[in-house]
Design a protein around this ligand. Structure first.
Ligand SMILES: Nc1nc2c(ncn2[C@@H]2O[C@H](COP(=O)(O)OP(=O)(O)OP(=O)(O)O)[C@@H](O)[C@H]2O)c(=O)[nH]1
Ligand SMILES: [Zn+2]
Length: 373
């Protein structure tokens, strides 16, 4: 193995290990340009280490949140992707959890807010990759008990590596209800436990510009037929259309909850039950409205030898992202279904706030006055 390849492999392994350590409640040392910090995730399954830190409240203890979460708790640091909060008085685990988004908000007294360091930003990225809330306790580096050490730059460049390293691993015939002429190709990247799949109907590789759907995982909609969204109908509808045409490629992307993971999506649902819309619920938890990276979809198409597509979507970001990665989209085909009383507000929000190309719901214009969207 040459040296560059060797260090890339080491980086990938170190990032994956760091995700596991944070998820299981352990402590990582993250080494960044401004120095190293020790970090623990507030949303970890077993949170004893960060609880110990909270009880002892050592000098330099900081709670790192994303910019959107800091804003949500009234602690804006202008222009900061991540904010680091210090405590000027005693702090309890309940207060930390509430600031992280796991409980009702405390009053904001006794808190000061700064720009987070590169190492702290990397720790937030690790928490997101681990499917946790983006909230980290950090301490200045010391010789203490640490499960793992990782470089901030390795963490912050991992998303790019995930897409670049994605490779088809196995292909098998998969006769499905809609058509017997289907195959499934499973993809893997060394740094991620997420296995994306391509459902190939007919022979899309041999078609000039096959139908294509990028479908982000939605356990609730795809499997249980949830009425809160339109995912189940979009999945079935896309497959039916490809079966009818005889060819198509459906990429099933493991991006549950627009990339925030199942637990956090259900947290966002709880917030929507309290009146927030789907965009605000994400930002209230500290996420962007959409955390997905469609570079993985472009990489999968490239590995499948498909360069030109007709894309089934209402989401203009998918068009931009694929085009930006060199995929030629010869046509955009809408994929919308009648709203129901549970998903109407969700679909309206997508049109109004996320720019989705949904002009009508149930024959009624989505935007006031029937303006074009
Ligand atoms: N965070 C969050 N994710 C949601 C919510 N409802 C559905 N999702 C997820 O959203 C993803 C589907 O995205 P959509 O916005 O429905 O559609 P899209 O894929 O962006 O666009 P289309 O191609 O037009 O379907 C899936 O991963 C779902 O799990 C929600 O309220 N909050
Ligand atoms: Zn859904």
């Amino acid at each position: 193995m040459n040296e560059t390849l060797g260090s890339a492999t080491r980086d990938v392994a170190q990032v994956a290990a760091a995700e596991r350590v944070l998820r299981s409640g352990g402590v990582c040392r993250v080494v960044g340009r401004e120095g190293a910090v020790l970090v623990a995730a507030v949303d970890a399954t077993d949170g004893t280490r960060w609880r110990d830190w909270t009880a002892a409240q050592p000098a330099g203890l900081r709670l790192v949140l994303t910019g959107p979460r800091a804003l949500a708790v009234g602690l804006a640091v202008p222009g900061a992707a991540c904010a680091a909060i210090t405590f000027t008085g005693p702090v309890t685990p309940a207060c930390i959890e509430a600031l992280a988004g796991r409980g009702p908000l405390p009053s904001g007294t006794g808190l000061a807010c700064y720009h987070a360091s590169e190492a702290e930003r990397a720790a937030i990225e690790l928490a997101k990759r681990a499917g946790l809330l983006p909230a980290i306790l950090s301490l200045p580096d010391s010789a203490g008990d640490v499960e793992h050490t990782v470089g901030a730059d390795a963490v912050l460049s991992q998303a790019c590596r995930d897409a670049r390293a994605l490779e088809p691993v196995v292909e098998a015939m998969l006769p499905i209800a809609a058509t017997e002429k289907a195959r499934l190709v499973a993809f893997r990247a060394p740094g991620s436990s997420l296995e994306h799949v391509a459902l190939l109907i007919g022979r899309p590789e041999d078609v000039e510009a096959p139908l294509c759907r990028l479908h982000s995982e939605c356990l609730t909609g795809d499997l249980f037929g949830s009425l809160r969204c339109d995912c189940g109908e979009q999945l079935d509808g896309a497959i039916a259309r490809m079966a009818q045409e005889g060819h198509g490629v459906l990429l099933y992307l493991r991006q549950e909850g627009r990339g925030i993971g199942l637990v956090n999506k259900l947290r966002a649902y709880r917030l929507q039950e309290q009146g927030l819309d789907t965009v605000d619920a994400n930002t209230h938890l500290g996420f962007h409205p959409d955390e997905r990276d469609f570079a993985i979809a472009a990489a999968m198409l490239e590995r499948l030898g498909i360069a030109r597509i007709r894309l089934l979507t209402n989401n203009p970001e998918k068009l931009d992202a694929l085009a930006g990665h060199g995929v030629e989209i010869v046509e955009r085909l809408p994929l919308s279904f009648a709203a129901n009383r549970h998903n109407r507000a969700y679909l309206e929000t997508k049109a109004r706030r996320s720019g989705h190309l949904l002009r009508f719901l149930d024959g009624r214009p989505v935007l006031a006055g029937g303006a074009e969207v």
